[in-house]
Design a protein around this ligand. Structure first.
Ligand code: MG
Length: 253
């Protein structure tokens, strides 16, 4: 199933179930109790919100060998974790704000996002996928110059609007081998598969859950393949993942 969030005709944020271009409005919380209503909307008529509201986004650095190579780094022995704040989240078609007051180089990073479905603490790899609600597209927008300048990634990864997510959460796909592509102004820049992840989705969930408790709606950004490059104000960026959807955003000032 594909879930999304949007504002209904009363301007109230609600969840919806997407199928073939139409959206069935949901009553309740997809992470708890919910039921479908009979209110149907044309997908073209709604404005998607971010499909969930994570308490935190745990991102994984250097999780594709070819990307580690382009960054002139050796892949780490353990998953390399950092966090993006919840305030960085924006929706499909919302604008990425270029932080020109601090940065002169802002890159896209197309990534598979894992949306957690239930509280995960000290989870073993074999059970890890039971804690997943579904999968989404995420753009781990990065101020590359600040990432290089600071020891911590907090500033370079944490600006408002630096975590576009969506438009959908797909609950029925296997994350092991999904084609992932990022394009900038229509030109494909990243083209890989999640089969190239160094640490797989179950490995990441297990590892992270042994550091911190993951809560429903939290997102793991699993890392980006090679092909990162800068964006400028006015650019259009798209992250497309097979069977999940296509996340589109523009860069503005
Ligand atoms: Mg990344």
């Amino acid at each position: 199933m594909k879930f999304l969030r949007f504002k209904n005709s009363q301007q109230k944020p609600v969840f919806g179930k997407y199928e073939n271009g139409s959206v069935l409005e949901i009553e309740g919380d997809i992470f708890g109790d919910w039921s479908a209503t009979n209110r149907e909307h044309d997908y073209a008529d709604i404005t998607p919100l971010a499909p969930c509201l994570p308490t935190k986004i745990i991102a994984v650095g250097l999780n594709y060998e070819d990307h580690a190579k382009e960054m002139k780094r050796t892949p780490p022995e353990d998953p390399m974790l950092f966090m993006k704040p919840s305030t960085a989240v924006i929706a499909h078609r919302e604008e990425i704000k270029y932080p020109a007051h601090m940065s002169g180089r802002v890159d896209y990073e197309g990534e598979l996002g894992v949306v957690i479905g239930r509280k995960a603490h000290m989870v073993e790899e074999k059970q890890a996928l039971q804690y997943v609600f579904g999968y989404t597209c995420i753009n781990d927008v990065t101020a590359r110059d600040l990432q290089a300048k600071d020891i911590q990634f907090t500033r370079g990864k944490g600006f408002d609007t630096f975590a576009p997510v969506g438009p959908f959460i797909e609950t029925e796909t296997d994350p092991a081998d999904l084609r992932i592509r990022t394009s900038l102004n229509g030109e494909v820049k990243q083209d890989s598969s999640t089969k190239n992840l160094i640490f797989s989705v179950p490995e990441l969930i297990s590892f992270i859950s042994k550091v911190m408790t993951l809560l429903p709606g939290d997102i793991i950004a699993t890392g980006t393949p090679s092909g990162v490059s800068p964006m400028k104000p006015g650019d259009a960026v798209e992250v497309e993942i097979e069977r999940i959807g296509k996340l589109e955003n523009r860069v503005g000032l």
